[in-house]
Design a binder for this molecule. Structure first.
Ligand code: NAP
Length: 288
């Protein structure tokens, strides 16, 4: 149990809406385990109030905070420092206080990479295909670049959005071997793909039971290739169930969620954090 006292230091998450956020559960579980005098609270902030609100959070001495929709991009010009990875992605999800003001980074890349780094794989031979071209796809592109993938192909349904996505990476050193393709090309891409990542919401509520790739198309992905779904509930998704049946290596989004939070908490607390406690606090929500 957390006890809030006069000395308790504040962490939190800003967003709008924020009621659905799982971050308070995960972070407070870790704080309680470490018996630290901190509390992590949800802070609803309307988009038009972002600037005044984060100045207020500095004024009350908040240590740091997570950032979720719709503030991940709009907070960038309000920060004194933005890490290179957050600049490349164009989104910040973790903010901490410095003597100059707020500094921001993006820990989604660390979260995405964490389960992949446990595999023994020569990434320089890997073609990665990313389904979707939204915010999460940007972190996945940066992650694949960090792994050193031979080629990264982003597959989307809207040619204009794909062109804008490509354009936004033009000057980034992170996206040397990046190209985009329309969804119709997927069956031809899959036989040469070793890492397939779903960053679309197909498979989560209200599309539970749907897969972004039909079984007969997914069969074209080689046996032993990695099928990675960023969705963490339901777990496993329909996409991963099909992939598993077909002998692919299935990775769900829970570890990414846990690890991006763990990296952020470590940054704020400046000490190792109990990742297993954070993971279990979320698992217990669905297993009840
Ligand atoms: P987003 O910015 O809204 O992007 C979603 C992308 O999916 C867009 O490119 C969209 O296409 C595409 N899409 C949506 N419906 C589609 C459909 N029916 N057919 C084809 N493409 C479709 O969302 P996001 O922030 O990237 O999040 C995406 C997913 O990742 C969510 O399920 C989220 O929960 C998950 N996620 C998980 C973690 C984690 O820690 N595990 C972290 C971040 C996100 P258009 O651009 O054409 O609209």
């Amino acid at each position: 149990m957390l006890t809030i006292k006069g000395t308790t230091q504040l962490l939190g998450v800003i967003g709008c809406p924020i009621a659905h956020s799982l971050s308070p559960i995960m972070h407070n579980a870790a704080i309680a385990h470490l018996q630290l005098d901190y509390a992590y609270i949800p802070i609803p902030i309307q988009p038009e109030n972002l600037s005044v609100a984060i100045a207020g959070l500095a004024a009350i001495g908040m240590v740091g905070f997570s950032v979720t929709i719709p503030h991940k991009q709009t907070i960038i010009p309000l920060l004194a420092e933005v890490s290179p990875v957050a600049q490349a992605i164009g989104a910040v999800n973790t903010v901490w206080r410095t003597s100059n003001g707020w500094a921001g980074t993006n820990t989604d890349v660390d979260g995405f990479l964490s389960p992949l780094k446990t595999l023994s794989q020569d990434w320089s031979q890997v073609t990665a295909v990313i389904l979707g071209n939204g915010g999460a796809a940007r972190a996945v592109v940066a992650g694949c670049a960090q792994l050193g993938c031979a080629q990264v192909i982003v597959v989307g349904r809207n040619a204009e959005k794909l062109a804008a996505f490509s354009q936004s990476w033009q000057k980034s050193p992170l996206a040397v071997n990046l190209r985009t393709e329309l969804w119709e090309q997927l069956p031809e891409l899959l036989p040469q793909t070793q890492l397939l990542v779903n960053t679309t919401p197909i498979g989560m509520h209200p599309q539970i039971g749907e897969s972004p790739v039909k079984a007969e198309i997914l069969a074209k992905l080689p046996t032993g290739a990695i099928a990675y779904d960023l969705i963490y509930t339901p777990n496993p998704t329909q996409f991963l169930q099909i992939a598993q049946k077909q002998g692919k290596v299935a990775i769900d989004g829970l570890e990414m969620l846990v690890q991006q939070g763990a990296v952020a908490l470590q940054l704020w607390l400046q000490q190792p954090v109990p990742v297993a406690v954070m993971r279990e606090s979320l698992r217990s929500l669905w297993v009840r």
